[in-house]
Design a protein around this ligand. Structure first.
Ligand SMILES: NC(=O)c1ccc[n+]([C@@H]2O[C@H](COP(=O)([O-])OP(=O)(O)OC[C@H]3O[C@@H](n4cnc5c(N)ncnc54)[C@H](O)[C@@H]3O)[C@@H](O)[C@H]2O)c1
Length: 332
């Protein structure tokens, strides 16, 4: 029976591709499906790409019944952008999940896999600086004024209550900062940064990085989007889970300079000038981290093993950027 993937953005598209590779025909459900971007990642003939909103119960119930859905991987969300509207973010990120959980409960969907975030820990770091590896038991707190982070905490906790009180099988992988090839809309700083570095370097320009949001000190918890897809599908399939929350990152954390160095290996002569100090955390957060995220729970219970590392992900990204440029040059 097919899996419903809410949200056909970066993560949803890669989950769909990984399911297609396993011989499944997933159903992607998005309020604004971007066929071109999704079609670059997954063969559109092998998925169902439907337009619909997680805020519309009728749409949700209809698709679950009509497509005989037995699992849901919920990726639909409003990501943080400078113009993020709190009302919409709370509606989609919290009530969207509540609708998915209610529909799952009413229609006996076997499991709902949520896309939580390591941003849950960020608000707690200043008060409780992590001494060692960051496990799922590390304190969770909001970052004052950061609606997106608060919606991710609220939604995860609501999902856990649906599991505890109402028996909905809910699993919440907490994803690191997602990176990888994607030409749809992006707001995540790492996507903006990679685009800027690679396009500038391929144009032979010196790239100046002068936005504090795009740099970070220490080492941060990123996760390649193909590793994310693996983790979410394993979270869908794992039996006899002892826990419902799992840290999901790449095998190790990356410093800002490592992305630059890796790009230079593929684009000789690439010139980058960093004009802002690397004194803050990722995306303008206060905490500078060097501790790794502990992914041993995901390894043990889900069988998760990150396959794509920095070298492979950057090589793939640059190959893709080069292919796109030569295709554009041919048509212009
Ligand atoms: N990108 C990251 O760094 C990151 C990190 C941790 C967790 N996450 C979580 O992973 C999930 C997927 O993120 P992504 O990077 O693929 O984001 P994305 O923006 O690429 O995809 C989200 C998709 O949800 C869709 N959507 C928005 N409102 C909707 C609605 N009402 N109904 C149906 N679809 C709707 C959007 O159109 C978009 O295509 C999100 O829950 C996000 O919070 C992302």
């Amino acid at each position: 029976m097919p899996t419903l993937i809410t949200g056909a953005g970066q993560v949803g598209s890669y989950v769909a591709r990984a399911l297609v590779d396993r011989g499944e025909t997933p159903v992607l459900f998005d309020v604004h499906p971007r066929r071109d971007a999704v079609g670059e990642i997954v063969d559109l003939h092998r998925v169902k790409l439907l337009r619909g909103s997680v805020l519309d119960m009728t749409d949700l119930i209809h698709v679950i019944k009509e497509e005989s859905i037995d699992h849901i991987i919920h990726t639909a969300a409003i990501l943080p952008t400078p113009d993020a509207k709190p009302h919409l973010a709370v509606q989609v990120n919290v009530m969207g999940l509540v609708n998915v959980l209610e529909a799952a409960r009413a229609l006996d969907v076997r499991r709902v896999v949520y896309t939580s975030s390591i941003v849950l820990y960020y608000g707690a770091y200043p008060k409780h600086p992590p001494a060692g590896a960051i496990t799922e038991e590390a304190p969770v707190d909001r970052i004052p004024g950061f609606f997106y982070g608060t919606t991710k905490i609220a939604a995860e906790y609501v999902g856990l209550d649906y599991a505890d009180a109402l028996g909905v099988d809910f699993v919440a992988p907490r994803l690191g900062h997602v990176w990888g090839v994607w030409s749809g809309a992006f707001g995540a700083p790492i996507s903006i940064l990679l685009h800027m570095l690679v396009e500038g370097a391929l144009n032979g320009e010196k790239v100046t990085i002068d936005q504090p949001m795009l740099v970070w000190g220490g080492r941060e918890g990123f996760v390649h989007v193909r590793n994310v897809a693996q983790a979410l599908i394993r979270a869908r399939d794992a039996e006899k889970l002892e826990h419902r929350t799992f840290n999901i990152t790449d095998a190790r954390q990356y410093a800002f300079s490592e992305f630059l160095d890796e790009i230079r290996k593929h684009i000789p002569g690439a010139e980058f000038e960093v004009k802002v100090p690397l004194t803050g955390g990722y995306a303008g957060t206060a905490a500078v981290l060097d501790q790794p995220y502990d992914i041993s729970r995901a390894r043990r219970e889900l069988g998760y093993e990150p396959e794509v590392d920095l070298a492979e992900g950057i090589a793939e990204y640059i190959q893709w950027a080069r292919r796109k440029r030569s295709a554009t040059n041919k048509t212009s």
